[in-house]
Write a protein that binds this ligand. Structure first.
Ligand code: ES4
Ligand code: ZN
Length: 326
């Protein structure tokens, strides 16, 4: 299809990607063996077969178990570098990636080990692949605000490596309001915020993320269409939504990609774009997400160009760099 050629050829950004979600089963096995960690699977095929999810939580249980194979700085480097090479082959020129320090510090891994491994790979991606990047520290919302505060304190020596903060993990029952004080402290430190909201949770969580956390961008946000006034607000204030279509499909947020509201979000004038979330678990990196949407929704060339322009607009690149790519 001619629009598919456009998808492959255009320079793109990725703004919603959990680095732990790029852990492919092959690397999971290699690292488990190297680090002496026992996985509840006999082989790579069994891992892939287990990737059938009913909802966000059923995925998160496997995702956190998988991340337990990451131990040394080299492991975090190898994970991040492998993703950067895949991003390069998708013609991605800029990435803003999430990491979940609490997943690792809870197992006794030093936060500096995590941050140095990731940032060393990101620096190599800039030097060798020409990919610019930002790193976003995500707080796990199923844990307490105090746990988040302690994580922020532990990250303070590495603040020069951190470009912003986010909020992820189990959404229902953990509204943004739970983290108001933590995000106020982040704002005082000069850290911009994003937050997962309106993935499984209600539209009111999107409003809370904006008003109580000061989120500059909403991750997912697809349930905003339940609240017409919120959609108008998101359009007027030009709040970006980092939509992840294959994630929504795999986690049963939508039961059919053809029913995804991506096109409606564009038609409503929202700054929505496509991202890959946890590509090793959801069956595809950025180009695969765009190609699947193109096919399922019959996206036009102009819609694809809008999505990609939005990804640059919503990025934290300086205006001069945005102008260069758009
Ligand atoms: C996530 Cl898809 C999704 N939603 C919320 N938190 C997450 N962490 C990793 N992937
Ligand atoms: Zn996500």
């Amino acid at each position: 299809h001619p629009v598919d050629q456009l998808i492959l050829a255009l320079p793109k950004t990725e703004l919603h990607l959990h680095i732990e979600g790029t852990l492919e089963p092959e690397m999971m096995f290699e690292l488990a063996q190297k680090n002496g960690i026992t996985l509840p699977y006999a082989n790579v095929e069994e891992v892939r077969a287990a990737y059938s999810f009913d909802n966000l939580q059923s995925f998160l249980d496997l995702y956190y178990a998988g991340a337990s194979v990451l131990v040394t700085e080299e492991d975090f480097y190898d994970l991040t570098w492998a993703y950067c090479e895949r991003a390069y082959s998708d013609h991605i020129v800029h990435i803003e990636i999430f990491f979940d320090p609490q997943t690792h510090t809870a197992r006794g891994i030093d936060i500096g080990t995590v941050i140095f491994g990731i940032t060393r790979a990101l620096q190599d991606a800039t030097d060798k692949l020409g990919i610019s990047s930002r790193l976003i520290l995500c707080f796990l919302r199923h844990l307490s605000e105090a746990d988040g505060q302690a994580t922020l304190e532990a990250a303070l020596p590495y603040l020069a490596q951190i470009d912003g903060v986010g909020l992820d993990s189990s959404e229902l029952g953990h509204p943004p309001a739970k983290f108001q004080k933590l995000f106020k402290r982040c704002r005082d430190l000069g850290l911009p915020a994003v937050a997962h909201a309106g993935e499984e949770g209600p539209a009111s969580y999107i409003t809370e993320a904006l008003d109580l956390l000061g989120a500059a961008r909403i991750d997912h946000g697809v349930r905003c269409t339940d609240d017409a006034a919120l959609v108008v607000r998101l359009a007027t204030e030009r709040i970006p939504l980092t939509v992840c279509p294959l994630s929504n499909l795999k986690l049963c947020v939508v039961d059919d990609l053809a029913k995804h509201n991506l096109r409606n979000l564009l038609a409503a004038g929202l700054c929505a774009m496509v991202n890959s979330d946890d590509p090793a678990y959801f069956g595809g990196y950025l180009n695969a997400n765009l190609l699947a949407c193109r096919a399922a929704l019959d996206l036009s060339a102009s819609e694809v160009i809008q999505l990609i322009n939005h990804s640059f607009e919503a990025s934290w690149l300086p205006d001069a760099d945005k102008a260069r790519w758009r």
